[in-house]
Structures are given as C-alpha cells and as structure tokens.
Ligand binder design. Structure first.
Ligand SMILES: Cc1cc2nc3c(=O)[nH]c(=O)nc-3n(C[C@H](O)[C@H](O)[C@H](O)COP(=O)(O)OP(=O)(O)OC[C@H]3O[C@@H](n4cnc5c(N)ncnc54)[C@H](O)[C@@H]3O)c2cc1C
Length: 416
C-alpha cells in the first residue's frame, strides 16, 4: 500500500491580527524560528484586555472559569447589579446561548476535565516568561514575595481551600500556608482589621501588564517586525497557497483578537463562541504598597502593586466587548474593597479602565489551525491570557512550523 505523505511547508511570512499579549508573544516565538512577522491592530499595542488587567502570572490559580460556584454567582447577579458577576437581565440570543453552554460546563466532572487540560500548559507558563527575558524582553517580572488571599472569616476561606484541593488533585502544584488575620496583616500591612483569615500562596509572579506588553512589542519591533496600528481587519481571504490580510499576502495568519475573535475566525469553522467577560480596574495611592498581589476571593477583587500605586481590579460583566465603561461597576469594586484595605485612598483613583476577557463556554482557550491550514487562532484564555500568553505563543509557533500539534495544545483545538 502506498501512503500519501503531505509535505509541510513552514510559513516564512506571517500576519498576526491583534497586538495584545497573545498576538505579540506569538510574534516573538515565530521570530525565534526566523519567520518574518507583521502585527496588525485596529487600535495599537495592548489596546484590548492586555492593558489594565491584574497582571498576575499565577499558573497555580489558572483554572477553568466555568465551575459550580460561578453558577451561584450568576443567579445572584440577575437580581444584584453590584454583584461581582453581572449578567444583564435583557440579554441577546447569542449571550443566552453562551450562558446555557457555560452553565452546562459548570459541573465538577467538566471542571476536572478542563483543569487536567490546563495543567500541561500551566506548567510551561513561567518558563516561557524566562525565555522572553533571556531573549531580551526587558519588561519587569516580579516574584510575588507575598501573595495573600484574604477573608473576613475562616469559613469564607473554605471555598478556596476546597478549590486548592481539587487543583492539586489535578496535578497542578500549588504551595500555600494558612494564616490567621493577624498573621496575614504581619505579612501584608495593607490589610484592614476586618481581615480574619488568609492563605499565603507561593511560587507565583506578577507584572504591570501595560508596561510588559509594550516592552514585548519593542522587542519584536527590534527584531524586524512591523506593528501596524489603526488597521481594522474586516476579512481574511484564503487564496489556496497564501492568505490575504488587509491588502497584503502572507503564507499564514494568526487571529489573536481576544474577545473579538469570532468575527474573523467564524468563516474558518471556529464556531465556539468567545464572549466578553468584562472586568474593571483602577489604580490608587495606598499607605503601604503591598509586596505582592492581594486577593479578596469572596468579593472577587484582585489587587496588584503597580509602581508606587495599587491596581484594584474586579467584576465579570457579560456585556458586548465594546460597550462603554459603566461607572457603577467601579463603584461596586470600591465599595467591596473599602472595608478590607488599610490606608487605601479609594477616592484618588486614576487609570479607570474596562477590558474584555475573552471567555469560552468550556473555559479552555482556542489555539491552533482552523479548517484552513493557513489560518490559525490564538485566544479565548478568559481570566488567564497574561499568564498563558507566552506559553501559547511558544506552542503555536511550534505547531505552525512543524505542522504537528504539540500534545499540550490538543485539548484547545479551535474546531472542537
Ligand atoms: C480586570 C481583568 C483582570 C485580569 N487579570 C488577569 C491576570 O491577573 N492574569 C492573567 O493571566 N489574565 C488576566 N486577565 C485576562 C487577560 O487580560 C486576557 O486573557 C488577555 O489580556 C487576553 O489577551 P489577548 O491578546 O488574547 O487579547 P487582547 O489583549 O484583548 O488583544 C486583542 C487585540 O485585538 C485587536 N483587534 C480586535 N479585533 C481586531 C480586528 N478586526 N482587526 C485588528 N485588530 C483587532 C484589539 O484592538 C486588541 O488590541 C484579566 C482581565 C481583566 C479584564
């Protein structure tokens, strides 16, 4: 019997649509293999959710978003717009269909399955940042000397302790200590007397995402990449041996458009919806800037040192990606954080921001080839596109150049 062997021709010229963490990291790793890359963005570098997010590099916490506890929040959200998860009552058909699929995945067996799909890529996450640093990306990556999850009561803490148990059972390492309120305050003096219990996580890192992504952009530019801002890519045309993107031809294209991924990817067979899970953030002055991230899981508020200020982030708002910033959500985060932080000047806010997490209904990203062997997607990382961006870029570059899908990417097949 004669077997037909298809010869893989590695692409030499690649266009990447989207200059967020995922698109730029993919550009960098393609350049490592000598590929000529052009990055196109409708606005510019870090114009999407890669700008004002919490900047945690926390593979230990990178878990699937659909989980049994989120369902409980979703139901509460319908009656309370100040809840940390907000679903508008009047929803369109597309959002309703996303929510139904999301709810179906919010069971313990599905969570376990999705978690075991994330463990292999999580284990590459920090190493991929090290490779970027060794290769000349100058953005600061900080070891989180303290990373505290803080609660009013030990009972509230049980939710995360239970989740950590499941995370570790999936094979994801995560070291931690259990702290009293006083012990948590001794590590992190910015916690208020209302804090009565804590968990200290080890081995995680953090960045200031806007600065880091700018430095990644600078590094890819210095290696010869063109980053073209102000180009809204409307369609991608597959011409058989090449693709046409914004009037130019390339050997391949990567769609890395975050919460807008469906628009360009749908014609290439990607039918899984990517829904904007919008989050908000701002920075404030604080008497004692923490030495690492501070997390209030019960309120779903995430704080990260940002130079001499503190970035405070939160909310999961299922609304259109381009909807205007809703100041009520900022107020809801302020109200949630006020009793928990000491010396925080919540009235002196700067950098108020809304960004759209690209969320999939099964909580897994979409990374790999589409029905065209020249059109790839990289996105849908939901809460974890900063942590997983560089590992995604590395794995996808390998897939594009060899024609073989690395085992870590198999669960993330865009055509699933
Ligand atoms: C409040 C908040 C906190 C978060 N905290 C963390 C965290 O601590 N750690 C973590 O790992 N993740 C976190 N995330 C998630 C993380 O921000 C995202 O997963 C990640 O930024 C997604 O990156 P991306 O490159 O896929 O998309 P984006 O950064 O959104 O980039 C997409 C780009 O595509 C461009 N674009 C879209 N359509 C087109 C088009 N048609 N033509 C041209 N350009 C186009 C956009 O302008 C944009 O620049 C957080 C998110 C939020 C909102």
């Amino acid at each position: 019997m004669v077997c037909a062997v298809t010869q893989h021709t590695p692409p030499k010229r690649v266009a990447i649509v989207g200059a967020g963490m995922v698109g730029l990291a993919t550009a960098w790793f393609l350049q490592e293999e000598g590929v000529e890359v052009t990055v196109l963005d409708r606005t510019g570098v870090a114009a999407g959710s890669s700008w004002g997010n919490a900047g945690w590099l926390t593979p230990g916490l990178a878990t699937p978003l659909p989980e049994p506890a989120v369902l409980k929040y979703g139901i509460r959200a319908v009656v309370s717009p100040a809840s940390p998860v907000y679903v508008p009552i009047s929803t369109n058909r597309r959002l309703l269909s996303f929510l139904v699929r999301f709810a179906r995945n919010s069971t313990m067996p599905r969570w376990r399955q999705a978690m075991s799909a994330l463990v292999p890529i999580n284990s590459l996450a920090l190493e991929a940042f090290d490779r970027l640093a060794d290769g000349g990306v100058g953005g600061a990556v900080h070891e989180a000397h303290s990373f505290i999850a803080a609660y009013r009561t030990p009972e509230e803490r049980e939710v995360l302790l239970d989740e950590i148990k499941h995370i570790k059972a999936s094979g994801q390492p995560l070291d931690y200590d259990i702290l009293t309120g006083d012990e948590a305050r001794a590590v992190e003096p910015s916690l208020s007397p209302a804090i009565g219990a804590g968990i200290r996580l080890h081995g995680q890192r953090y960045i200031t995402p806007s600065d880091y992504v700018e430095s990644l952009a600078e590094a890819v530019r210095q290696r010869g990449c063109r980053i073209v801002s102000g180009v809204q890519v409307g369609t991608i045309k597959d011409r058989g041996t090449q693709v046409q993107v914004a009037g130019e031809t390339y050997d391949a294209v990567v769609i890395a458009t975050g919460a807008w991924l469906n628009d360009l990817a749908r014609p290439f067979g990607v039918s899984l919806p990517v829904q904007a899970g919008r989050g908000y953030s701002f920075t404030i002055p604080i008497e004692h800037v923490p030495t690492g991230p501070v997390y209030f899981p019960a309120q779903r508020v995430a704080c990260t040192p940002a130079g001499d200020r503190l970035r405070v982030a939160g909310m999961m708002e299922f609304r259109p990606a381009d909807a205007a910033l809703d100041t009520r959500r900022i107020e809801a985060i302020v109200d949630a954080a006020r009793p928990l932080l000491r010396g925080a000047e919540l009235g002196s806010r700067r950098d108020e921001w809304v960004g759209a997490r690209p969320c999939t209904p099964d909580g897994l990203p979409l990374i790999g080839a589409t029905k065209s062997p020249r059109v790839f997607v990289a996105g849908g990382h939901g809460m974890w596109g900063i942590t997983l961006g560089p590992a995604t870029g590395d794995l996808l570059a390998r897939a594009m150049l060899t024609g073989a899908t690395p085992a870590e990417l198999r669960p993330f097949a865009p055509l699933r």
